[in-house]
Design a protein around this ligand. Structure first.
Ligand code: DUR
Ligand code: ZN
Length: 131
């Protein structure tokens, strides 16, 4: 699937966001090692800290269905420039991606940045550190 199509899927996923508190909808779409597609949206809670971001929703759906490798992930929000994932999501993305994983950050105007986990979270903690 092409970058543009994955971004479109993230925009679709964004429609499902549960955001009564921030009103800030985010969508994510990811492709796994076997080319399956998983979508996610942000899900908020009256206990604000329990909020789950769109990226983590999509990743947890994939992993819980047995798909542990992220080939590509697109994230979209109504931001000025391409959306910038939070630190928690960067660490969770790091767990399931490799140096070839495409991380596509976009907004509703179509501004898009393609990046890598090493750019997003240099020096991230990983299983290699658990020697
Ligand atoms: O990359 C991001 C950034 C923010 N949010 C969510 C968390 C919260 O619901 C709302 C405002 O921070 O946006 C995401 O889902 N992904
Ligand atoms: Zn996040």
């Amino acid at each position: 699937m092409e970058t543009k199509a994955l971004v479109e899927k993230a925009i679709e996923a964004r429609q499902k966001a549960y955001v009564p508190y921030s009103k800030f909808q985010v969508g994510a779409a990811l492709l796994t090692g076997d080319d399956s597609l998983f979508l996610g949206c942000n899900i908020e809670n009256a206990s604000f800290g329990m909020t789950n971001c769109a990226e983590r929703t999509a990743i947890f759906k994939a992993v819980s269905e047995g798909q542990q490798k992220i080939k590509a992930i697109a994230v979209v929000g109504d931001t000025e420039g391409p959306i910038s994932p939070c630190g928690a999501c960067r660490q969770v993305i790091a767990e399931f991606c490799d140096e070839n994983t495409k991380i596509i950050l976009s907004n509703l105007k179509g501004d898009t940045k393609e990046t890598s986990i090493h750019e997003l979270l240099p020096g991230f903690f990983s299983s290699k550190d658990l020697a």
